[in-house]
Design a binder for this molecule. Structure first.
Ligand SMILES: [Zn+2]
Length: 149
C-alpha cells in the first residue's frame, strides 16, 4: 500500500499545518489511482481545535463537488497533530470508522518538532486496525516560491 504525494503538495501540507498551529488543520488530498495532484484545505470547526478536528460540513460538500467536477478521487484525509506524534489517535480511528470514510488514506502531520514536521500515511480498516502506508514522492523537484525572487 502506497500513496504518491508530490513534494509541492507535501510543502502545502506543512504550510497549512503551520498556519493553523497551535490548532489542528484538516482537509483532503485528491488525485487519481494512488497519486495525489490536489490539496483541498478545510476549516476545522471542532470546539477543541488544539487536540481534535472536525471538517466543516460545508467545506466537505465543496470538496466533493470539486472532486466530481474535476474527475478526481478523494485519496486522503489529512490533519495535523500540533502536540503529538504523526499517528492516528484512538479518537481518529473511531471517527474514521464511524464516519464511513475508510477508503481514503489518513495523512498525519506532526508539528512536535516545529522545524522538522513529520508526515505519515495510514490505512484505517473497518475493524479499527491501523496500517502504515508508504509515501512516495514523484521525483518532481520542489522549487521554493521565494528561491528565484
Ligand atoms: Zn488526530
Amino acid at each position: 500500500m502506497k500513496i504518491i504525494i508530490p513534494r509541492l503538495i507535501i510543502s502545502k501540507l506543512i504550510e497549512h499545518s503551520l498556519i493553523e498551529d497551535p490548532n489542528e488543520c484538516c482537509g483532503y488530498l485528491m488525485g487519481s489511482n494512488n497519486k495525489v495532484s490536489h490539496i483541498f484545505n478545510c476549516r476545522n470547526i471542532h470546539q477543541s481545535p488544539v487536540t481534535r478536528y472536525a471538517l466543516d460540513p460545508l467545506d466537505q460538500m465543496k470538496a466533493e463537488k470539486y472532486a466530481d467536477d474535476n474527475n478526481l478521487d478523494i485519496l486522503g484525509i489529512y490533519h495535523s497533530h500540533t502536540l503529538s506524534q504523526a499517528y492516528p489517535s484512538p479518537t481518529d480511528v473511531s471517527n474514521a470508522v464511524e464516519s464511513g470514510w475508510i477508503d481514503p488514506a489518513y495523512i498525519l502531520i506532526s508539528l512536535v518538532e516545529k522545524t522538522r514536521p513529520i508526515i505519515r500515511a495510514f490505512k484505517i480498516t473497518q475493524d479499527k486496525k491501523v496500517e502504515e502506508m508508504i509515501i512516495e514522492h514523484d521525483g518532481q523537484a520542489y522549487i521554493s516560491p521565494t528561491e528565484n525572487s
